[in-house]
Design a protein around this ligand. Structure first.
Ligand code: KIV
Length: 267
């Protein structure tokens, strides 16, 4: 049965960790749906992990809908959060239209957007007012890569620490049901998680958030130089190359296809 926003709140209240992972297509949606993972994020990381872009900034709403729909077909009963891509939520009216498209066309259950400044708070309020659940995302927000001057840990100075706590509380106040904390010191991840009523999901935010999220391609070994916060649970790129080499070698030496792979083989 599909978990709901109420279930995620109960998990936080009862101290049960929440497990989120990204997925972008039917096959991986199906795999995640059969696992113990609680919810799926259709991350705009699809731009880098799947489409080969340099950053997430090239992804648009249509692409997010495409990947969300595909994942939904593989995971019909899993709660799906779909990322709002760069510049798709920077004024409340546009944000409402795009969020509605991700829900209605993309078949997601909720949307996620980056940042906690006043214009983002206005966007969260506008989307929640349309009865669409919103997940916030602060810290090392990848859509801010150029302003940050790279993928750098955020919230290190005392001022930045205080500002991120302020943003987290404002996001909760605006009606978000969940908050992703990315690339921040562990102490800040812990303090925000303790101060918020809603669940926090960490990625590079230490051990004390209410749940964790990883990018699927990172944890399955498809990323050349994964970040410090990544744990690689399977080396699937390596396994794929080995399988492809075995296939190529068998085609070349004539051992594939064998008789058992052949229709009406010649006797
Ligand atoms: O796009 C994404 O995968 C994300 C995660 C890094 C949280 O936003």
């Amino acid at each position: 049965m599909t978990k709901t926003v109420t279930d995620f709140q109960k998990m936080k209240d009862q101290g049960e960790k929440i497990v989120m992972v990204t997925a972008y297509d039917y096959a991986m949606g199906k795999a995640v749906a059969q696992s113990a993972v609680d919810l799926i994020l259709i991350g705009d990381s699809v731009g880098m992990a799947v489409l080969g872009y340099e950053t997430t900034l090239d992804v648009d709403v249509e692409q997010m809908i495409h990947h969300s729909m595909a994942t939904r077909r593989g995971a019909p009963d899993t709660f799906i959060v779909c990322d709002m891509p760069f510049m798709s939520y920077h004024n409340p009216e546009v944000a409402k239209e795009n969020a509605a498209d991700l829900i209605v066309l993309g078949k997601a259950n909720a949307v996620k957007l980056e940042g906690g400044t006043p214009s983002r708070i206005a966007a969260i309020e506008a989307i929640v007012d349309c009865e669409i659940p919103v997940c916030g995302h602060i810290g090392l927000t990848p859509q801010s890569v150029h302003r940050f001057g790279g993928y750098k840990v955020q919230g290190k100075s005392s001022d930045a620490h205080t500002e991120l706590i302020r943003q987290a509380l404002a996001i909760q106040e605006a009606g978000a049901f969940m908050l992703v904390l990315e690339g921040i010191p562990e102490l800040l991840g812990k303090e925000i998680s303790e101060q918020l009523r809603i669940p926090t999901i960490g990625i590079g935010a230490g051990r004390y958030t209410d749940g964790q999220v990883l990018v699927l391609q990172d944890m399955l070994g498809f990323t050349a130089k994964p970040a410090k916060f990544v744990k690689v649970y399977a080396e699937l790129e390596k396994l794929s190359i080995e399988a492809l080499d075995a296939y190529a070698s068998e085609v070349k030496d004539g051992s594939f296809p064998a008789e058992k792979n052949t229709y009406y083989p010649i006797k």
